[in-house]
Design a protein around this ligand. Structure first.
Ligand code: GLV
Ligand code: GLV
Length: 333
């Protein structure tokens, strides 16, 4: 931390973020920075919340009622450094007059890029093929092996058609995929036409899709949305892609379906109990498993910092934040 200036507010950032992502707050607050190589422990979170006027939290910090109640009277917002905010007890924050905010838009393109990367890499079997080559088993071009998925003409089913779902639809359209979506809200007809996206019920979307890609938030309604019954509706050749939140998919049911050959494959960036990955999933065939990389580009992490600190600075200035996810009836001032 730079020299502590008692005239400035204090912002607790629960884990070190790239220095470039701090530009928006530099000189405007004392920064209390969490560790670099791991999340803050519970004790460190409690200690930080006691000292701060605002907290920038990570998506894997459990911001529950007990933590918020133990916070100092000064804490006026929890600015999640993420688009997802299922880690925050919004009702408790609201009751205590604490704003909660997220970083929408910042994360859209990098997450959509990763969903396409998973589709392409899994669909073409890049990782097993590369391992084969490195083992010395490349015997020259073959007309009959490694026959993968052609995106052109394949049916993509997008579950959750918010910003990220739409960004995936745009990319998929460029690859010539036939796009369908399932979403509570119907897209504006002009936008649906631009994206070439047809709205389907979930069961129909699951039954028709060659690739199902998850882009909804994690809520009580979407927890285990993709359970064994949903998986049973999918084509036995279909690929499930998840870059949203792990608990939307019943990991054990998915692993079992992979083992039993009832689904074509799974390409996952997120897990039910991160950083744990279900042992059955680690053993299951036809999987591509990467460690929650959706937003990991420097530019994205800087954009996320700009948005998180825009929320912080607005609230510390007595204003409503630009990206709220709750609405305390009587915000602390
Ligand atoms: C990443 O998972 C995010 O929610 O921003
Ligand atoms: C995700 O879909 C978002 O709204 O950013």
């Amino acid at each position: 931390m730079d020299k502590f200036d008692p005239a400035l507010p204090t912002v607790f950032v629960t884990r070190a973020i790239p220095p470039e992502a701090l530009a928006a707050i530099q000189g405007k607050a004392n920064i209390l920075m969490g560790p670099c190589d791991r999340p803050s422990t519970r004790e460190e979170l409690i200690e930080g919340f006691r000292q701060a006027d605002a907290v920038v939290s990570m998506l894997n910090d459990p911001i529950d009622a007990a933590l918020l109640e133990a916070a100092g009277e000064r804490v006026r917002l929890v600015a999640n450094y993420a688009v997802g905010f299922n880690n925050i007890d919004l009702a408790a924050a609201e009751r205590l007059g604490i704003w909660a905010t997220n970083t929408p838009e910042a994360t859209t393109d990098s997450t959509a890029d990763l969903a396409m990367a998973l589709m392409l890499a899994f669909g073409r079997g890049l990782f097993p093929a590369e391992q084969e080559l490195r083992r010395g088993d490349f015997n020259g071009w073959s007309p009959t092996t490694h026959l993968g998925l052609l995106l052109r003409g394949a049916r993509l089913g997008i579950v959750g058609m918010g910003r990220i779902g739409q960004a995936v639809a745009r990319r998929a359209r460029g690859f010539g995929m036939r796009v369908a979506y399932h979403s509570r809200r119907e897209l504006d007809p002009a936008l649906a036409q631009e994206l070439g996206a047809e709205r389907l019920g979930l069961d129909e979307l699951l039954a028709q899709s060659d690739v199902v890609s998850i882009h909804c938030p994690l809520t009580p309604q979407t927890r285990h949305l993709i359970d064994s019954a949903a998986i049973a509706r999918m084509k036995s050749t279909a690929i499930l892609v998840n870059t949203a939140r792990g608990p939307i998919v019943d990991e054990e049911a998915l692993a079992q379906a992979l083992i039993d050959g009832r689904i074509g494959g799974a390409a996952l960036d997120v897990y039910e109990r991160e950083p744990l990955v279900h042992p059955l999933l680690l053993k299951a065939p036809r999987t591509l498993l990467v460690p929650h990389l959706g937003t990991s580009t420097l530019q994205t992490r800087v954009d996320m910092g700009d948005k998180a600190f825009a929320n912080v600075l607005a609230v510390l200035d007595g204003k409503a934040p630009p990206f709220p996810v709750n609405l305390p009836p009587r915000p602390r001032s």
